[in-house]
Design a protein around this ligand. Structure first.
Ligand code: CMP
Length: 147
């Protein structure tokens, strides 16, 4: 069973797409084991995106992700990392497949609505930036095993 981090970026909240995006995640069968609305701090943003430091879009990305509340989620399931990345679609919404979150709602690469961890290792690191262990809830859904 894998865990991954997803967060809905400020423009998803501003465009009132939170419900629709979470519905797509739920419909995919991924289980929400933690969720919060948060104003991301600059230090958290820099840690999350440390591999992009120095790139031309880094400063713009920092300003964007701290510009308003984000919705953070820890998702659990078999191959959760890969399944969420498939659902999310390519970084540039213009390249993203039509049925993906970015393909449906995305406009520009920076404002691409959602972040999804790119590996199990990144997921563990990224979850640790935003969540304490005790905030991840272990529970069983009634529908489990019926997909
Ligand atoms: P994300 O999946 O959160 O990971 C890195 C982020 O950097 C990416 O989504 C985009 O928001 C942003 N990003 C990547 N490439 C570009 C780009 N060419 N221009 C602006 N922002 C970008």
């Amino acid at each position: 069973m894998e865990r991954t981090l997803a967060y809905l970026k400020p423009n998803a909240i501003q465009r009132t797409l939170v419900g629709e995006i979470i519905s797509m995640i739920e419909a995919k069968g991924l289980k929400i084991v933690a969720m919060k609305l948060l104003l991301m701090g600059r230090d958290q943003a820099e840690e999350l995106y440390r591999e992009h430091r120095g790139k031309d879009f880094f400063e713009g990305l920092m300003k964007f992700v701290v510009s308003g509340p984000v919705v953070l989620m820890v998702l659990e399931g078999d191959n959760a990392v890969r399944r969420l990345r498939q659902l999310t679609g390519s970084t540039d919404p213009q390249e993203a497949a039509p049925g993906t979150i970015r393909g449906r709602f995305g406009v520009t690469a920076r404002r691409n609505l959602i972040h999804a961890s790119d590996s199990v290792e990144s997921a563990a690191r990224e979850i640790g930036i935003f969540f304490k262990k005790e905030e991840l809830i272990d529970y069983t859904r009634h529908i489990e095993g019926e997909f």
